[in-house]
Design a protein around this ligand. Structure first.
Ligand code: GAP
Length: 470
């Protein structure tokens, strides 16, 4: 890892922990690899991103409906989808330190693209690098690495009575992607909502993959959340709708403050056999050293519904009353990882800049320049002193505002330290209650990004914030 990227990653991980965004899971027991917990500000940020996606994908659309399907599904689901047989990654182990790597990621570091490549091809590349003396374990430096072998990403569990625990028929999988639930509820959705093609079903929820992971914080984890939308259509519409959704999704990133030059398209050349087109939106993660996938937009043909129809024996075809045609709908999918978006927004928002101190000197302040709609807390109320004559009106302002905005009240430490703390969690506005307030019924409001301060009448605060936070 380059020093710069390491530095940025460490800073984000440190801020995330120090300020209560993200904690390594089960830390008191030594942690659990590639699993994370979200603290107060992390949940608020994640929920705001989730709501922004849902607003764009469901609330503002006539042609999309929501779903929340179960994590456990009938085991045949994953046989039909091909996951049980083929959802694998190529794995390489270091015989000396027992570290585990993804072989395609090792090859990527040498500029060799091995995405979905057959195992023999991957092993040929590895063998060549080994002969050239270039293949070394990135953890301990040993050149004693195993050949690549396939490793299933499916996470197993079991349901049923405890005595049945070991029976193979009780094995169920934790879903590796949320879209499986959408395919199984396609028929119920059409029947109950009487919705006509083309239409989409959107869902947000947890997914689980037994990932082989290496130091990427919340970018790639074993438990994560996906936000997926499956758009069902007649195949003749695929091209038009695919372009439409590419455009909609691209603009969503710009709408929430991601800079145009920080995202790009990646076109998949090697496609799954059922897919006709697949593009990723990649974001330039400074903390990961470059552009990496955040969202996939896939034209999946009619593979999913055909497979589930075949394996379940249930007819999943659609009858178009206008044309009199009966067919299995094709699917256009948008699929994005919520946790990956949390990292993307933190990565872009994290800023260190010079700022004046109270006594006229200069210091470096760390500030999360998040889009205000995504900020965990919208406004912090800070009385200048702990004296009751100030804390009483400050608490009253807090109580009035919290009805409408995620607000915080803080009377501890110096005002400078309290500003820095709010800067680090990305709070766009700080309201200071001072002795003048007792005379003029007004407060000082400080803007996170410009640090400029304005005097506002208490009565006008709510309206002011509503305008600014739109
Ligand atoms: N239904 C299609 C599908 O699941 P994918 O490319 O495997 O496609 C879609 O995943 C998105 O889910 C990715 O672009 C990424 O944002 C997120 N994702 C996938 N695996 C992840 C993991 N292990 N940790 C965090 N996010 C993940």
């Amino acid at each position: 890892m380059s020093e710069k990227k390491e530095n940025k990653q460490e800073k984000i991980i440190s801020l995330a922990k120090r300020r209560g965004f993200v904690f390594p899971s089960s830390e008191i027991y030594g942690g659990l690899s590639a699993i994370y917990d979200y603290g107060h500000y992390g949940v608020l940020l994640k929920n705001n991103i989730r709501d922004a996606w849902w607003k764009a994908m469901v609330q503002e659309r006539l042609d999309i409906v929501g779903l929340d399907s179960a994590i456990f599904m009938h085991p045949t689901t994953w046989v039909a989808s091909g996951h049980v047989g083929g959802f694998n990654d190529p794995q390489v182990d270091c015989k000396k330190c027992k570290s585990r790597f993804r072989a395609d990621h090792i090859l990527e570091d040498f500029g060799i693209s091995a995405d979905k490549a057959p195992l023999e091809e991957i092993n040929d590349h590895l063998e060549k690098l080994k002969k050239e003396g270039k293949l070394k374990c990135s953890v301990c430096g040993s050149d004693d690495l195993t050949k690549a072998k396939v490793f299933s990403l499916m996470v197993k569990s079991n349901i049923g009575s405890p005595t049945d625990e070991l029976k193979e028929e009780n094995v169920v999988y934790l879903r590796p992607e949320t879209c499986g639930g959408i395919y199984l509820e396609y028929k119920n959705t059409v029947d109950s909502l009487r919705i006509k093609l083309p239409f989409g079903i959107a869902q947000i929820g947890k997914a689980f993959r037994n990932e082989i992971v290496a130091r990427q914080f919340i970018f790639r984890t074993r438990e994560f959340e996906q936000m997926e939308m499956q758009y069902f259509l007649h195949p003749s519409m695929m091209k038009e709708k695919y372009e439409m959704w590419k455009d909609i999704r691209w603009r969503w990133y710009l709408e929430y403050g991601i800079k145009q030059n920080e995202i790009r398209w990646y076109k998949h050349e090697k496609l799954a056999h059922y897919a006709s087109e697949a593009y990723d939106i990649e974001f330039n993660f400074k903390s990961l050293g470059g552009f990496k996938e955040v969202e996939g937009i896939h034209a999946r043909g009619n593979w999913d519904l055909s497979q589930h129809s075949k394996f379940s024996g249930v007819d999943l075809s659609y009858f178009d009353e206008k044309s009199g045609e009966r067919f299995i709908p094709h699917i256009m999918e948008t699929s994005v990882g919520l946790n990956r978006l949390v990292l993307m927004f933190l990565d872009q928002a994290y800023t260190e800049e010079k700022a004046p101190t109270a006594n006229g000197k200069e210091e470096i302040r760390t500030v999360l320049k998040l889009d205000k709609r995504l900020s965990p807390v919208k406004v912090a109320i800070l009385p200048l002193s702990k004296k009751e004559e100030l804390t009483r009106p400050a608490k009253k302002i807090y109580q009035d505002l919290r009805e409408f905005f995620m607000a915080e009240y803080d009377e501890t430490q110096s005002i400078g330290k309290r500003y820095r703390r709010q800067d680090e969690i990305g709070t766009p506005y700080c309201v200071t209650v001072d002795f003048e307030t007792l005379n003029d019924e007004a407060v000082t409001i400080r803007d996170r990004d410009t640090m400029e301060q304005e005097r506002i009448k208490i009565q006008e605060l709510k309206k002011y914030l509503e305008e600014k936070l739109k």
